[in-house]
Design a protein around this ligand. Structure first.
Ligand SMILES: O=c1ccn([C@@H]2O[C@@H]3COP(=O)(O)O[C@H]3[C@H]2O)c(=O)[nH]1
Length: 248
């Protein structure tokens, strides 16, 4: 499995793309979240946007979904098939409420979400399978009352999505995966909806050594700054368009 980060920035990033990850495996792929910055990242990476067929949506903060309208239109107008959208069942209608002012009315009449996407609604803890890989979803603790989901793909990766640290879940998953992709705001302050570096430093050393930080602020858009951080810590930061090869 080849993992490539299409973006590693937080909501407020202007110097890097918003957080999104592409996993390529067998003859298929999955993109986690779809910010508008993915269009540029995919072009830079050399992956045509018409070849994006599978997207998982973690939650509905704008920086994770503001490319979903573009992808839906692009797939219909330039491409030849609808992408699949894997999404928690309670987020389907709220997502359409966000998209519909720009997507409901078309020159060919009224449209609904399923005209643009093959929706795969997932219950709490739901799983889906692609290319022989099972993706297990789990609820994350991001903002109270808001549905937000992470992903576990054994034996490959754990993906925290936007979340405070769920130490028990991360430690349990660590035994089954090669890498843990965890959000980390990297500010020297408390943000109640996110994980700090201090939080992640509480993890056991063997877990930290598998942990890769994503969704951080623009101070770390600088590659030299990340390299210095990576030399000084046992967990490491990933940059936009950086890839990892994960063995079966
Ligand atoms: O209850 C809340 C809701 C939001 N926020 C801030 O708004 C931002 C929304 O995008 P984000 O999830 O990348 O980061 C979030 C935080 O910076 C917060 O601190 N607490």
């Amino acid at each position: 499995m080849k993992i490539t980060f299409l973006g590693t920035g937080d909501m407020f990033s202007v110097e890097q793309h918003h957080n999104s990850m592409l996993a390529e495996f067998g003859d298929t792929h999955l993109v986690i979240d779809f910010p508008e910055s993915n269009a540029k990242a995919l072009k830079e990476y050399g992956f045509p946007m018409t070849d994006i067929h599978n997207v998982f949506i973690t939650h509905l903060h704008e920086d994770h979904i503001n490319g979903v309208q573009m992808l839906g239109y692009y797939a219909q107008i330039v491409g030849d098939r609808k992408p699949q959208l894997f999404i928690h069942e309670e987020l389907v209608d709220p997502l359409w409420n966000i998209l519909s002012p720009g997507m409901r009315y078309t020159t060919d009449g009224e449209r609904t979400m399923s005209d643009y996407y093959d929706i795969v609604p997932l219950p709490d803890g739901g799983t889906f399978e692609l290319g022989g890989v099972t993706f297990e979803t789990f609820r994350t603790q991001h903002v109270p009352g808001m549905v937000s989901n992470g992903l576990l793909a054994k034996p490959y990766f754990y993906y925290s999505a936007d979340s405070t640290l769920d130490q028990e879940r991360v430690q349990q998953a660590a035994a089954d995966v090669q890498l843990i992709f965890h959000e980390c705001h990297m500010h020297d302050l408390v943000i109640k909806s996110h994980t700090s570096l201090q939080d992640l430093q509480q993890l056991p050393a063997e877990v930290r050594q598998k942990t890769v930080l994503m969704h951080y602020h623009d101070e770390y858009a600088d590659a030299d700054k990340r390299a210095q951080f990576n030399r000084e810590h046992d967990l490491r930061m990933v940059g936009t368009l950086e890839s990892f090869e994960l063995a079966v």
